[in-house]
Ligand binder design. Structure first.
Ligand code: SF4
Length: 106
């Protein structure tokens, strides 16, 4: 997920607990008249696409919406606790320190 957000014009949103990648570009095969330039050989994902569940009347509000890897990191930290301490900071200067290892159970 983080890798997706390292790319320009890519965002991630969550709707009904499903995560989606949103690519903010038009397809290079989309013609000026909005018709597909490779319609007969278009990819399967294009053939499977349907507008049946489009939310034309929705308020365009996502459950979660991420535009940067930092936002995703912040979300993961809030949800799971800090996972990746900043490698540029030593433990004395990090805002959060590594989680201590669990004691063995006898
Ligand atoms: S149908 Fe697929 S290949 Fe054709 S313009 Fe749309 S996204 Fe591009």
């Amino acid at each position: 997920m983080r890798w997706y957000l390292l790319h320009d014009r890519a965002t991630v949103f969550v709707d009904n607990d499903d995560w989606y990648l949103l690519v903010h570009t038009t397809c290079k095969h989309l013609q000026d008249d909005y018709r597909c330039g490779i319609y007969e050989t278009r990819p399967q994902i294009c053939r499977d696409y349907t507008t049946d569940e489009c939310e034309f009347e929705d308020d365009w509000c996502y459950e979660k919406y991420f535009e940067t890897p930092e936002q995703l990191d912040e979300y993961a930290d809030a949800l799971f606790g800090p996972q990746f301490p900043d490698p540029d900071l030593d433990e004395c200067h990090a805002l959060r320190s590594r989680r201590s290892t669990a004691l063995p159970i006898a």
